[in-house]
Design a protein around this ligand. Structure first.
Ligand SMILES: N[C@@H](CCC(=O)N[C@@H](CS)C(=O)NCC(=O)O)C(=O)O
Length: 206
């Protein structure tokens, strides 16, 4: 792939990190344009008009085209690479974990991190305080599902790293910021070490 990629991002975002990690593992250059979610910069009229009418990052731009949704951006970057299994069942299984990440993992693990680390308990409204216990319970359940799977698997799809690992690693490795204790999940801890040992790995820079 020879396109010039521009990533519109906020460094505090795990979703944006997924794309940077994918590009790093594939040695794809990525130009980064940063915005502050906390300052509302993705909601400015200019951002809404020229970058993403949905007011969110990440946005991956290439030529006249662009994509939103972190996992879609990773799929575009990794097309035809070793990060996407060739076998059809393995491919669909990878997609299954990407949907799990968006539906069951991220809403319950990333959101408490954002509220605790960036918003602060004193700035959370009543609805957020009320939602927190339910999010913790569902977050713990998602981590248990991951730990059970990884007890018998090196990576999410057998022995080879794929986008399923990248997508789930992004908010798992910083789940402690949201109050989750990862030492209760030894298979997840081993898996995170395996990812960090992958050639080309980069950490999250916030
Ligand atoms: N499902 C989307 C989530 C995108 C998202 O929620 N982005 C957050 C940052 S992690 C954002 O831009 N929030 C700013 C806002 O909503 O104003 C993805 O995977 O990319």
């Amino acid at each position: 792939m020879t396109e010039n990629f521009i990533l519109h991002e906020d460094p505090i975002s795990g979703h944006c990190y997924k794309i940077k990690l994918t590009a790093a593992l594939l040695q794809l250059p990525l130009e980064r344009r940063t915005y502050s979610i906390i300052k509302g910069e993705t909601r400015s009229p200019e951002f809404l008009e020229t970058i993403n009418p949905n007011g969110r990052v990440p946005v991956l731009q290439f030529g006249k085209r662009s994509l939103t949704q972190s996992n879609a951006c990773c799929l575009w970057l990794a097309h035809g690479s070793k990060l996407i299994p060739e076998d059809h069942f393995a491919y669909i299984t990878m997609m299954q974990w990407l949907f799990f990440e968006q539906n069951e993992h991220e809403p319950n693990i990333a959101t408490p991190r954002y509220w605790r680390k960036f918003l602060g308990a004193e700035n959370m409204d009543a609805a957020q305080h009320a939602a927190l216990p339910g999010k913790y319970a569902l977050g713990l359940s998602a981590l248990q599902v991951m730990n059970d799977h990884l007890t018998h698997n090196h990576f999410f799809i057998g022995r080879v790293i794929s986008l399923a690992d990248i997508a789930l690693y992004a908010y798992t490795h910083i789940a402690g910021d949201g109050g989750f204790d990862l030492s209760c999940y030894p298979a997840i801890e081993r898996w995170m070490d395996n990812i960090a040992a992958t050639p080309g790995y980069i950490g999250m820079d916030c």
